[in-house]
Unconditional design. Structure first.
Lengths: 304, 310, 408
């Protein structure tokens, strides 16, 4: 305590004042419920009767239930498909937008429109568009001589279908990348050009490092979101009209969790599932942060 | 230490080299200019067009579907064979839609304002100050994003029940007074990019911490503020789950909840009125589209202003 | 909670209740039954007084104690449970106690597109489910494809939803009366193998399903009008939808869905009113359920429906209420003339199967058993042998059943 200077102590106090809103909210609305759900994961809670303690039975069932492993695998595959693809597509579109000048306002709205469309309507539309027999996507593919698969009924193509639907809503990331790209100092590009760097070299050595912070943010948040994906899968494959034909290939983790919580009356087990997911996401994020710290370019902290 | 998140956000222009235009240059050498005027530009525009079509088509279809009679909704035509404006009439008449619109606006704006301000405050705390618990606490912030909301939903509901605020709109936005991990993370990235010299200079001039926040950090990161506001506005506007479990009185409903009532009301004994559902969806979505179309202009201006600040 | 009641049949009955009980204030949290909404309210001690849900959920919710037995309600309000059809009552009774008041009765019969049949030279009577081998031949004759694209399905067995129907028609009881699962009964396996075979002969599951998904069930290009399906078993409400398309050339006909002896068989669907645990005003809730479903109220609903039908210049297609005397009275009074003979046969077939329709026995593990056979059917459709698929389902279902029973 004595080794900290007065400045540091004052900074510390001020910091806590700034952070106070989050801390209060955390203690009231987050910590309590998180602890409650952890406790629930050791119980059998049907939502109708009070929770009954069952020790580690839920966690044991996590290991034994084949659907848990399957849904986890499905979710991983989906995330592995969507996160890289989504990042690349969003970045590419943001870069395209940057060079458009005044019309970019129109395009920004266009690309963000899908984000504003309610998931229920989007699910219905994509079921139509992706239909293997009559959907527009396969019709367009046919123009190029490609026979499209049965996107929505062939078990092998269900996760790619979900990835396609999710790709449609990357508008938010496009906007974030656009802000980041626009903040790359012009004279860096100019200097690179003077040095004779071509567009690819400029991209790799100037653009990428300068936006690496935004990339870091979006990759981490996209991964977390992908592991928790629910809306798309539920509205496309598990809504009331589709439910009976759902294949195990499209069962993502959150859908199975939801089913356990609200259809099978096993809220305790669902809570255990949630905490398992929490640990998994935590591990993945830690790995991503460590890798990120090596590749992300430090600039704004040059005076440290 | 190694888990502390210290990435670099998009760098904000240091005062010595003002950017006159926020757009990256398009090839300065004559050869480069000639190149980009040719194939590159055409390809660029083609790609943009292709993606525009891909992104917009479902929405255009939605507009078309909302104007079709039930028997034509799924006939794959963009332009309806028969235009049935009465779908909207039916939606409008089926409930206090105007009231719901007002409710949605109120709730979303309050939610967005609350979360933008609180997240900015908290993010600044994590970005500027150096204190011992900074790393672990920020890790905790991130961790709150990792637990699925489905399992904390019921304990949270119970909390609101204890306070007696079920069947009011308060639970729909009050959580946002305390910041939200996603936005805190985002804003922190932006704040971290502000060069320390700016702050030091202001401190020497006797600026308070709050002053640093208000006069330096916020203005320089206006695009981030706008992004957060718009994202949260959109998220709160389209949220169905919270109104579904917290609101019981029809008058307090927000648009998504109200529209669910209308659509379900038409879908009796197995007949599902898709045309009503599509019209309802359009009514729910249109306000946000309008807001965004106009709002994103300010976002662009915000970028330009940021760059001009010396 | 869970009741929309927006159409004339619902509105007229709500009005009847309000007239009979003017002092009771009714708040209707409108919208379809949503498990999250209901269970959250229940878990926090704030349940609605009355909930409206699908009858096949009643067993599970009853076993979990989410809804309460209605013995008191029935005796104090003098509800005559005898007026409700047996199959409907069976769905809402668990361990001898009644948990719901049934409303609506959804049955199935075969609907046929005569135009397609004529094109292929098939007689309407060939659409029959008595002789399964003959049916297979008929379906293949009606099936049409163009390379990779299907053009017409001959006979759609409606898997997975209708698996219980086929199993029952073959003589199997997939859920025993005490709720125990019996999914791999040899007759059920036979039914599954047969229907999967039907689908395999008509394009294979993934193509078949994509084609079926692309149907516009409610539109002009509905599968029967467009000739995408020549015949399939379908529920009674669909006739209302099809009625609109007579003017556009739809030639409908119907044959009963029968078992191997030729007797009509159907599964039954429908909803029920139930009282949640912790409801604060069960008496009024009970009065509501009783009034909504008694004969006098149904007659008023039928009146409203007839008025609407006259206004729309259309014809009455029957009202299936789960209340037997009401059904018969309504039929006698209003089902007077159906202009289109094909539609008349369809409506008659629906009415004919009312008495013989069966419901699956409710089970404490109802939801899990349902999930088990559904995924078994999906697996079978994707290639797993029927026996294996149902054996696995039976194992899962039995585990769930003993767990559910073990918890008292």
């Amino acid at each position: 305590m004595g080794s900290r200077s007065l400045l540091q102590r004052r900074e510390g106090r001020a910091a806590y004042l700034f952070i106070a809103p989050w801390i209060i909210g955390f203690l009231v609305f987050t910590a309590g419920p998180m602890v409650a759900s952890l406790w629930l994961s050791f119980t059998d809670y049907s939502l109708v009767d009070p929770a009954r303690s069952v020790g580690a039975a839920n966690y044991q069932q996590l290991l034994e239930d084949p659907r848990v492993a399957k849904s986890l695998a499905n979710t991983f595959v989906y995330a592995a498909l969507f996160v890289p693809l989504g990042t690349v597509v969003a970045l590419a579109l943001a870069m395209l937008l940057q060079k458009v000048g005044r019309a970019s306002g129109f395009f920004r709205t266009v690309f963000y429109l899908p984000v504003m469309t309610p998931a229920v309507a989007a699910g219905a539309m994509f079921l139509l568009l992706l239909n293997g027999q009559r959907g527009l996507v396969n019709q367009v593919l046919a123009w190029f001589g490609v026979t499209g698969p049965n996107w929505t009924s062939d078990p092998a193509w269900l996760k790619p279908s979900l990835a396609v639907v999710s790709l449609w809503t990357v508008g938010g990331s496009i906007i974030i990348y656009l802000a980041a790209l626009n903040n790359v100092p012009r004279q860096l590009h100019e200097a690179a050009l003077l040095d004779g760097a071509g567009p690819v070299r400029r991209f790799v050595s100037v653009t990428l490092p300068m936006i690496s912070g935004a990339l870091f943010f979006t990759i981490i948040t996209h991964t977390i979101a992908a592991m928790q994906m629910f809306d798309q899968a539920y509205t496309m494959f598990y809504g009331p009209q589709q439910k009976s034909t759902a294949s195990d290939e499209s069962l993502v983790y959150m859908v199975y969790l939801f089913q356990n919580a609200f259809e099978f009356f096993k809220m305790g087990f669902a809570s255990a599932m949630a905490w398992l997911l929490f640990v998994i996401i935590l591990v993945i994020t830690v790995i991503q942060v460590r890798v990120g710290n090596r590749f992300v370019y430090y600039e704004g902290e040059s005076t440290r | 230490m190694t888990t502390e998140v210290r990435p670099v956000p998009p760098a904000v222009e240091p005062p010595s080299a003002p950017l006159t235009e926020p757009v990256a240059p398009q090839g300065l050498s004559p050869a480069g200019r000639r190149r980009s005027l040719g194939v590159g530009k055409v390809i660029r525009w083609l790609l943009l067009l292709a993606f525009t079509v891909a992104f917009v088509y479902p929405l255009v279809w939605l507009v078309g579907a909302s104007l079709k009679p039930k028997s034509q909704v799924f006939d794959n035509r963009l332009v309806p064979e028969t235009i049935q404006w009465s779908n909207f009439q039916e939606v409008w008449n089926a409930g206090p839609v105007l009231r719901w619109l007002v409710n949605s606006v109120t709730v979303s704006v309050m939610a967005a304002v609350a979360v933008t301000l609180s997240s900015a405050l908290v993010a600044f705390g994590f970005a500027y100050f150096r204190f011992r618990l900074r790393g672990p606490l920020f890790g905790l912030v991130l961790a709150t994003m990792m637990l699925p909301g489905a399992v904390t939903m019921i304990p949270v509901y119970l909390i609101w029940h204890q306070v007696g605020l079920i069947d009011t709109q308060v639970p729909l936005w009050a959580n946002n007074l305390f910041g939200s991990a996603f936005y805190i993370f985002l804003m922190r990235q932006f704040f971290l990019g502000i060069p320390r010299e700016l702050f030091e200079a202001a401190r020497i001039d006797g600026c308070s911490y709050l002053g640093l926040f208000r006069r330096i950090a916020l203005p320089l990161c206006r695009p981030a503020l706008i992004i957060v506001f718009i994202f949260e506005l959109q998220a709160s506007w389209s949220d169905l789950l919270k109104p579904l479990i917290y609101l019981q009185t029809e008058e307090y409903f927000t648009m998504p909840r109200g529209l669910k009532q209308i659509v379900d009301g038409f879908a009796l004994s197995g007949e599902y009125h898709w045309e009503i559902a599509m019209a309802a969806t359009l009514v729910a979505t249109l306000p946000m589209i309008v807001v965004f179309a106009f709002g994103q202009r300010y976002f662009m201006e915000g970028l330009a202003t940021t760059a001009k600040q010396g | 909670m869970g009741f929309g009641g927006e159409d004339e049949v619902g509105q007229s009955r709500i009005a009847a209740f309000k007239a009979a009980y003017p002092s009771v204030q009714v708040t209707n949290n409108k919208g379809d039954f949503d498990a999250q909404q209901f269970l959250t309210a229940l878990a926090s001690g704030n349940p609605p007084d009355l909930v409206y849900m699908d009858r096949n959920l009643i067993g599970t919710y009853a076993k979990k104690g989410a809804i309460v037995p209605l013995e008191d309600c029935i005796s104090s309000q003098k509800v005559d449970t005898g007026q409700y059809r047996e199959a409907a009552m069976k769905s809402v009774t668990l361990a001898g106690k009644v948990y719901g008041i049934p409303e609506f009765y959804i049955v199935t019969t075969n609907l046929v597109d005569t135009t397609s049949l004529q094109q292929a030279g098939v007689a309407v009577d060939d659409i029959q489910t008595k002789d399964w081998d003959a049916l297979k031949a008929t379906a293949t004759k009606l099936f049409k494809r163009n390379g990779n694209k299907l053009e017409r399905i001959g006979f759609d067995p409606k898997l997975p939803e209708y698996f219980p129907l086929w199993a029952t028609a073959n003589g199997a009881t997939i859920i025993k009366d005490d709720g125990a699962p019996n999914l791999n009964d040899p007759k059920a396996v036979e039914a599954l193998a047969y229907t999967v075979g039907l689908i395999d002969d008509q394009g294979g599951w993934t193509t078949f399903k994509s084609f079926r998904d692309s149907f516009d069930i409610f539109g002009e290009k509905n599968p029967l009008s467009a000739g995408s399906v020549a015949a399939f078993p379908m529920e009674n409400w669909y006739v209302n939808v099809l009625r609109d398309f007579i003017g556009q050339g739809l030639k409908l006909d119907s044959t009963p869905f029968t078992n191997h002896d030729g007797a009509p068989v159907s599964m039954v669907g429908g909803s029920a009113w139930a009282i949640p645990k912790g409801a604060k005003n069960p008496t009024a809730a009970c009065a509501w359920a009783k009034t909504m479903t008694d004969q006098a109220t149904w007659m008023k609903a039928a009146d409203a429906r007839i008025a609407k039908v006259k206004k729309d210049n259309s014809f009455f297609t029957g009202l299936f209420t789960a209340n037997k005397p009401a059904d018969e009275a309504i039929r006698a009074k209003y089902l007077t003339d159906v202009p289109d003979p094909g539609f008349k046969r369809a409506i008659d077939n629906f009415y004919a199967t009312l008495d013989s329709a069966v419901a699956l026995a409710p089970s404490p593990a109802g939801a899990e058993i349902d999930a088990a056979w559904r995924s078994a059917v999906t697996r079978a459709l994707s290639g797993q042998p029927a026996q294996q698929a149902l054996d696995q389902a039976q194992k899962e279902a039995e585990a769930a059943f003993s767990k559910a029973n073990g918890n008292g």
